[in-house]
Design a protein around this ligand. Structure first.
Ligand code: HPA
Length: 253
């Protein structure tokens, strides 16, 4: 049976609490889940239904900046595939580079630029999962983006669109790095998502990506970046994101 997988980013975990027939399993109870060398790693896999569609949610994700390899970061995506996921929604908190973006905006990811220097597919290829050299031309499904735009119009929600630059972190960018990212075509910057999307494409899972602009990127405003702003903004868009995800999921199922 075909399921929709959803990865919930920093501060965006509340959607998992809205599922019907909700059943949560701590990552630590799932065999093979990579254990963090970093302290404080929490997360759970939550199954349930949204308007009749089966979903498997990863609430909390691993990041390379915690010390995981890119291959470890995508363990959860391959677990979703094992559980029958054929469509994936990835969400994240991101810094806004595009000058038309405002804090709290939701942005459809149209494409990404992997600047982490890592790729989860490095090493021997498991042909049972996917090809050695997977195509990334439509890494973020145009058809899914059209469905998401349609859902946002029906809900009267503004949904912008842009290119996500994936960086390693954990330090935020310098103003010069943000100018560089803008020059190479990035609208958003963040420290997650791209490896998951590469692994999903390898598995022939179609992807929809949604960023929450939790802060304006470094050097654009005359202020410093603080992680608390990221969490506060994510909390403020909580209900809007839940509405949007609830409307999109049945269309992908
Ligand atoms: N930079 C990188 N990652 C982020 C940011 C940012 O400004 N905001 C949220 N995640």
């Amino acid at each position: 049976m075909s399921h929709v997988g959803i990865v919930l980013g920093s501060g965006l975990g509340a959607f998992a609490d809205t599922l019907e027939n909700r059943f949560a399993t701590s990552y630590s109870e799932i065999a093979g889940w990579p254990l963090s060398t970093a302290a404080g790693h929490v997360g759970k896999l939550v199954t349930g239904r949204v308007a009749g569609t089966d979903v498997v949610v990863l609430s909390g994700r691993a990041h390379c900046y915690e010390g995981y390899t890119a291959a470890q970061v995508v363990f959860g995506i391959r677990e979703l595939a094992r559980r029958g996921v054929t469509s994936l929604i990835v969400t994240n908190a991101a810094g806004g580079i595009n000058s038309s973006y405002r804090t709290g905006d939701l942005v459809l990811i149209s494409d990404h630029i992997n600047l982490t220097g890592a790729n989860p597919l490095v090493g021997p290829n498991d042909e049972s999962l996917g090809p050695r050299f997977p195509d990334m031309t439509e890494a973020y499904s145009p058809a899914y983006r059209a469905l998401a735009r349609q859902a946002s119009v029906e809900l009267g929600l503004e949904l912008k669109e842009g290119v996500y630059a994936g960086v390693l972190g954990p330090s935020y960018e310098t103003p010069a790095e943000i100018r560089f990212l803008r020059t190479i075509g990035a609208d958003l910057v963040g420290m997650s998502t791209i490896h998951e999307v590469i692994a999903a494409n390898h598995l022939s899972i179609k992807v929809l990506g949604i960023s929450c602009v939790t802060n304006i990127a470094a050097g654009i405003l005359p202020q410093k970046l603080v992680h608390q702003e990221v969490l506060d903004t994510a909390a403020a868009v909580r209900d809007t994101l839940i509405k949007l995800l609830s409307a999109i999921v049945p269309r992908l199922g």
